[in-house]
Design a protein around this ligand. Sequence first.
Ligand code: SF4
Length: 335
Amino acid sequence: MTNNLMSPPAHEEILSVRDLNVHFPVRKAGLFGAGAVARAVNGVSFEVMKGETLGLVGESGCGKTTLGRAIVRLVPPSKGGRVMFRGRDITALDNRSFRPLRKEIQMIFQDPFGSLNPRLTVGQTIGEALRVHGITKGGEATTKKVRELLDTVGLNREYANRYPHEFSGGQRQRVGIARALAVDPSFIICDEPVSALDVSIQSQIINLLKDLQREFGLTYLFIAHDLSVVEYISDRVAVMYLGKIVEIADGDSLYANPKHPYTQALLSAIPIPELGGKRERIVLKGDLPGPLAIPKGCSFHPRCPFATAGCREREPELKGLDGNPGHRVSCLLYQ
Ligand code: SF4
């Protein structure tokens, strides 16, 4: 693994997503009507710079997990969009051509137990990843590398002989991280990696991810449903609503000066200790509509406290603010 101790984020793009769509047919067209399509991801574009953490936040069902899975090709994107990794269009590659790149982009899941084989010891699980990707060929070299990886994620070396059910939630997430690191990735998609953990354990895992990022020069896309979870780890944050990014900015700008009414509502739910409690809470009307019934115009208009007649007709673009082009918002109030 490349050891870029304490290297700062570089201004070099590692991932670029352009107009990505993930639409699933959920009912075929037939005699009795048209087919239905779930539009989980709709024309999403963003980029991630080498060495940074981009937080991706939104309510469950907003498409953020599907977006992460589409980047690593666990779900196929619909036609038209592109995912460029280190300047190569990986959406255009066949499976064989994608395989060498697959180990560069790893994923850590919310439920590490579900992604670990219960019949294999942790040493066997990590060893299998090492062998499949040709990092080691088994035997002593694999055992040695497994031990090093357990050290790296703060687990006792003896744990290599244990089965997943013998670990706590936080320890299992450390195993998931060790398995991802085994193949020497440069980019890791962390899909709600701390959502199922107690608050004290959450901060330990986030601190571990930050340490590993500094040590190995990793880049993260960190997916969460809560803006408070991503605040500490993210350099920039993207907020997603109904399959689209509605606001993206560096962390300081987004938390101090949120522009989109949806971001403002999400932030209003976070306690501010200095103020002795919460900010004025903005309660949104109604529930998140499903991906089968995305409202016309601005898709947020049925829940938005500032919606006008124009918002029902016109779809806003994701545009940079005057004087701060890196802070982009999809809202007609700013266009
Ligand atoms: Fe609200 Fe209109 Fe802005 Fe959409 S475009 S977020 S409905 S003000």
